[in-house]
Structure formats: structure tokens, C-alpha cells
Design a protein around this ligand. Sequence first.
Ligand code: PLP
Length: 404
Amino acid sequence: MSPIKFELNRFLSSAKSSATYKVMDRVASRRASGASIISLSAGEPDFDTPLHICEAGIAAIRSGQTRYTQVAGMKSLREAVADKFHRENQLDVSWKDTLVSSGGKQIIFNALSATLNEGDEVIIPAPYWVSYPEIVQLCGGRSVIVAATVDKGFKLTPAALRSAITTRTKWLILNSPSNPSGAVYSRCELEALSDVLSENPHVLVLSDDIYEHLIFDRTEFFTLAQVAPSLRHRVLTMNGVSKAYAMTGWRIGYCTGPTWLIEAMEKLQGQQTSGACTISQHAALAALTGPQQFIHESKTIFQRRRNLVIELLNDVPGLFCEIPQGAFYAFVSCQALLGRVTSAGTTLSTDEDVVNALLDETGVAVVHGSAFGLGPYFRVAYATNEELLNSACHAIRSFCESLR
Ligand code: PLP
């Protein structure tokens, strides 16, 4: 008798695994078979977590802070989160209207899971972070992808937003600085979007500010709730310590939003993780309340790397990249490479072909733009040292020059 085939949840069955993780898996298996690979695929800073933050985690263990905390997070951390929103984003927030979760990703998951019913629509400007549509799918919603093309600076325009909104729209997701384009919305641009949102009181907004501190040149960071106080009752402002303090593995994200939504997310989290890791919460408290010098140092280093990568790649025939204003990604157009043939005989028909050939023939790993909803591009994460960035860009150059 053949074994019974158990069915997976139907929302999970139709969701895709993360394209970024898939590339990272390919890198790991190529390395395991002895290949030398430069990976520009991972979305995490390459720095160590600052020492005073690690020490706070160690001190928490030593002093027995190893039990559950309140589901929504320790009061002291939620107060620090409220203080951060007040200090840096001019948001007057009570600690009670904050929530701490296991990473920014869980904040997004909680918010969508707590509010989406089948058929509800979520507007996502493309290019987007790979996880947004999959989280929407897992929560039973429907993504409405709106192309934010290079001529619009990879940003959603008020006209595009207006025509995407329907009576079923539940959420708009905004991400500035953006993964993968590095685009940053100005105060003016957010105000223009907020005018459209004011006409549509049934739409909630998730403002994903996780790259807030990685912002270059003289660009200023603004978040929607700050520039449009009249929308505050339907904006969830999300952030976290992963990118700002090189704490990706500690898994702490946080948010502020309307009381009803925070309470619903807390209820969900109570049945899910019971709250974020206590030790990590102590470390995050040290990150938010301790010296902030690391943020300035890492931003300076990332800006230097950005300049290097953009200069080298824009000099490669067939590639083009806008200068990103934030995050640590370059979103490179490879349109001019399509239709050409590599020295190993592979025809490049899509950006995924370009990325696969780059990995196989040059040992450089990047992620194809179509995974972020907009091709033909590839995303370069410049979260690695300048020597490796130099070698990778030179390898990409040789690859492009050798195409027939
Ligand atoms: N939002 C964006 C745009 C991201 O790129 C990421 C991580 O790559 C996250 C949210 C989630 O970050 P974390 O869960 O590490 O806090």
C-alpha cells in the first residue's frame, strides 16, 4: 500500500522560498565542492556586532535574565523604542503602543497575519524585498505589484498609487531606503503619497524603515507617520536593530502603530513565539540606549563602498546603475547583456541566466532583479570589504567583455 500523501497548507504550497536564500544555498554548495566564490548576495552587514552590545547580552545571561519576558517585549526596551521614535523620527509614542518581535520580518508577518482576510489586497511597489509578496500569500492576501521603474527613481508615484487602490486594498507597503534599489523617498514625495492616502481612509500603511540609518550624501530620512501626522492612526512604522547595529542574528525588530493593531499583533505573538529572545532584548536595549558611533562609522564605510561599486560597474559596457541613496545594494540593469552568449556557450535570455552564468563562470554571486519583481537587473550587496568588491567588479567586467 502506498503511503498517504499529506497535503500542505494551501497558502504555503503556493508560496516561494526566498530567492536570496536560494542563491546563498548555491554559494554554499559551490564552496563545499571547492570553488572560490565572492558572494554579494546576502542582505546583512559584514561587521561584528559592537562589543558593548554583545557585553549586554552576556551580562543578561550571567545575571540570570534567561526567562520569558512580557509577550510584547520588556518594558525597558519598549520605552527605549518609544524614545528612539521620538528622538529620531519626531513621533510622540507611548511605550504601550510599541511591540518587539523576533526580527523586523516577524513584525511584518504579525501585522499582515493579524489583518488580512482572503482576497484582501496589498499594494507593493516593485522592485520590492523578496519576502513581502510571500508573506502576503502566506496570510491569504493578494499582492498588487506596481512597477516603480528607473525613470521614476524606483519609487511609487501618487498617480500609480491612486490607480492601484481598490475597495479591497488593505495595505500599502513602503520601504525606504529600499531593498533592492537603495531609493529613498523625500519629504515631498511622502507628502504627495499621503494626499492620495487621505482620499482612501480604508488603506493601512506599513512603513518598513529597517535601512533608516544607511543613508548617504546629504539625503535626509523621513518616515510617513512623521510627515503625515493625520495618517498616524493607520500607519505601522517598523524598524529593527539588524541592519543599523549589525545584529541580524540577534533577531530583534520593533514597531509602533495604532493601539488596536499593536494589541492584535501582541495577541498573535503570544500564541506564536511568546515574545522575542530575552537575551537579545537586553542587547537591543544596549544598542538603542548606548553610544551611537557605530551607526556613523558603518554608514561612512558603506558610502565608500557604494562609490567604488557604482564607479566600477557603471564603467562596464552593457551595465548601468543609478546611484543608490541608501541601504547597501546596487540594482544594476543588465538589459544590454540579454541575447548575448558567454564564453562557455550559454545564451543569456533573462537576468536569472546572467546571474547563474556569473556564478558558474566567474564565481561572483548576485541576485537576479526579477526575484525582486523588476527585471532585467541584478542586485549587488556591497556588504563586504573593498578588496573583494574590487575583485568581484573586475570579474564581472571580464565576463561582460567576453560575451559574444
Ligand atoms: N525589511 C527589509 C526591506 C529587509 O531587507 C529585511 C531583511 O533583509 C527585513 C525587513 C527584515 O529584517 P530582520 O528580520 O532581520 O529585522
